[in-house]
Design a protein around this ligand. Structure first.
Ligand code: C5P
Length: 211
């Protein structure tokens, strides 16, 4: 049995108490991956942004809001885990200034200054030591090439490539690439079925026990 850390869902970066930037993510893929991992008898800790899906009761869920909170929670848990699946869509930008009160409309354009948030998979990938890391890449063009570049940059052992049609959908179509860019598997169908396929590959290639 392994202990898997799973990031899931979007994060939010507030501009003021009522408005925020976010990424489109339902958490459905994360939920399906958690179920597939639990069915293989693994222990699962999910660090999740705000989602409407209900995660399996057998998983430990740590709710977070911002990307920095997601990173901090993951850094606490990751040293006690065997591997990470980064299925979240963390918001990549945050406003430099978060207004304490609601921003009032003036009739004039509003300019926001944004800075990048930390990349969770890349940060944990750099600190992974003997642990394994599986990232996701949602690409519209040049998917394989861009995914391999991301896998390299974020120290991923495997990267799961999917298209934008995956967002908020019940279905998904993915390819799994290794660090050399070889396509090691491809799955399409319900997110539950695709998640079982992904976990099978992780089990065979990274956990080392055939499912
Ligand atoms: O660069 P991109 O967002 O396409 O990379 C996707 C992968 O990186 C996913 O595994 C996602 O969970 C992860 N990621 C992250 N932290 C970010 C942005 C993306 O962990 N700030």
């Amino acid at each position: 049995m392994s202990h898997l850390l799973l990031t899931s869902g979007p994060t939010r970066q507030y501009l003021d108490p009522v408005r925020y930037l976010t990424n489109a993510s339902s958490g459905r893929m994360g939920k399906a991956l958690a179920e597939a991992a639990l069915d293989l008898s693994h222990e699962v800790t999910i660090v999740s942004g705000p989602v409407e899906v209900t995660y399996p009761l057998r998983a430990k869920v740590i709710p977070v809001v911002t990307t920095d909170e997601m990173l901090a929670a993951c850094r606490e848990v990751f040293p006690h885990c065997d591997g990470l699946i980064g299925a979240a869509a963390p918001c990549d930008y945050r406003p430099v200034v978060v207004e304490p009160g609601k921003i009032q409309k003036t009739g004039q354009p509003l300019t926001l200054q944004l800075v990048e948030t930390p990349d969770i998979v890349a940060t944990l990938g750099a600190e992974k030591q003997a642990r394994w890391v599986v990232g996701f890449a949602l690409e519209t063009d040049d998917a394989r090439f861009r995914a391999i570049v991301k896998a390299e940059k974020k120290c991923c052992d495997l990267i799961v490539v999917n298209g934008p049609e995956a967002m908020h959908s019940t279905h998904n179509q993915v390819e799994i690439l290794d660090r050399q860019g070889n396509v090691v598997a491809g799955f399409r169908g319900t997110k539950e079925g695709v998640a079982r396929g992904i976990l099978r590959v992780i089990q065979e290639r990274l956990i080392g026990v055939k499912a």
